[in-house]
Design a protein around this ligand. Structure first.
Ligand SMILES: [Zn+2]
Length: 156
């Protein structure tokens, strides 16, 4: 395992200075920042919705050019798809359907990274789904891209 990577986080995939700072703090604790007992220690966004399996909140560090960047965090610690309960899939779709209606989402995408963070390019290795609506009507808009995988020279 590289210096910036442990079982719970991968600093090499962090994008913003403040995010890197928070992640460095988490690294010293060696615990998972998305597990419910730790989430409030670092995450400052309110919970917008909560089901049996998923919790919905805003991304603390939204991607540039997004109108909405929500996280649906699995409520138990899981890193592999095989660890998800079958019923969690049905609840996930029920929640995103509600969000689409309630927030009148025009369109966007879902991203679900899983497993080894060198492959997923995830910063936090705890299953979560990103719901991204680009700010496509903004004058300076540029397409939002989701990265998968980390190049060798960035693995520190
Ligand atoms: Zn966790």
């Amino acid at each position: 395992m590289t210096k910036n990577k442990n079982d719970f986080i991968n600093l090499n995939n962090a994008r913003e200075d403040e995010q890197i700072e928070v992640m460095q703090k988490i690294a010293t604790q060696d615990h998972c920042p998305f597990c419910s007992e730790n989430l409030r220690l670092y995450h400052q966004q309110p919970t917008l919705k909560e089901g049996k399996y998923w919790l919905v909140t805003k991304n603390q560090w939204p991607y540039k050019h997004t109108k909405h960047h929500l996280l649906l965090i699995y409520k138990s610690h899981a890193t592999k798809l095989a660890e998800l309960e079958a019923e969690a899939g049905a609840e996930l779709f029920a929640i995103i359907k509600e969000l689409e209606q309630e927030l009148a989402l025009e369109g966007g995408g879902l991203a679900l990274r899983f497993g080894d963070t060198d492959f997923s390019a995830g910063t936090v290795n705890h299953l979560h789904v990103q719901l991204i609506v680009p700010d496509a009507m903004a004058k300076d808009f540029e397409p939002v891209r989701v990265k998968l995988g980390l190049q060798w020279e960035k693995r520190k």
